[in-house]
Design a protein. Structure first.
Length: 260
């Protein structure tokens, strides 16, 4: 016999237990696109406590849409070892180009991240940041549904040692920090410069350079990195996104190990 209230109780009790446990962590990642998920995988793999907040109902960012809803993605040779590690099938197209299923890539990557121990909360976004002693130490969270509905709902807070902005083109965390606190980012202008027109060659090359700390204890990766530093967008090639997430994880992990 199935009891409807028992089903509801199981969902509510288990969810809020995870929420309470996630209010303090080593790293908060804002955005569950390919770069953010890749960063979550490598940080969790090293045993750090990672919490991911994703604004939308469906994690993955632009990944499952492939190119113009053709659900295939292109990666280059340098990033193929990552897909090999996760057991994702790739097909050699020609030269430096490999094809993978956008849906398989997202499904497998999500599974790997969760199995490594990262906690992912969808439908929750960071609307503000916590800044103490001139460094980021967490985010202010709310339901994205409340934002969409235009409801005035006071938020809650989550604390972490580091925050990673993986929110894509919008670079939401960098922008809210700059706008609300007047903080000077580590860019040539001190502010978010904004992304340039699409050029896969230039965008992929500069992405790893732009993946770095942009304010004390705030890092940026993926398309958000190029948006912050004025790099080109790159379209439906995802190798650089994954490598950017891996690099951000390595940089943050090194900081966490040195402070322990």
């Amino acid at each position: 016999m199935l009891d409807d209230v028992t089903i509801s109780r199981a969902i509510i009790e288990s969810y809020y237990k995870e929420v309470l446990d996630s209010l303090e962590s080593d790293v908060i990642i804002c955005g569950a696109g390919p770069a953010g998920l890749c960063a979550a995988y490598f940080l969790s793999k090293e045993g750090f406590k990672v919490v991911v907040f994703e604004r939308t109902l469906r994690p993955g960012g632009g990944l499952p849409g492939g190119g113009m809803m053709f659900n295939k993605i292109v990666i280059q040779e340098e990033s193929k070892p990552l897909l090999d590690e996760w057991g994702i099938k790739t097909t050699h197209y020609k030269d430096n180009y490999y094809i993978a299923s956008a849906l398989e890539t997202l499904g497998v990557l999500l599974s790997q991240v969760i199995k490594k121990g990262a906690q992912i909360f969808n439908c929750i976004y960071a609307e503000d940041v916590l800044v103490y002693d001139n460094k980021i130490c967490g985010v202010v969270i709310n339901w994205s549904a409340a934002d969409i509905a235009g409801l005035h709902v006071d938020p809650l807070t989550a604390r972490s040692k580091f925050v990673l902005d993986a929110t894509g083109h919008a670079a939401e965390i960098a922008n809210v920090l700059s706008r609300k606190s007047g903080a000077k980012l580590f860019t040539s202008t001190g502010q978010v410069i904004g992304e340039k027109p699409m050029c896969a060659e230039k965008g992929e090359k500069i992405l790893l350079i732009n993946t770095k700390e942009i304010f004390p204890h705030l890092y940026v990766c993926g398309m958000a990195a190029n948006a912050v530093f004025g790099g080109q967008r790159m379209g439906p090639i995802f190798g650089g996104m994954l490598l950017s997430g891996q690099k951000a994880a390595q940089m943050i992990a090194e900081r966490l190990r040195s402070s322990s």
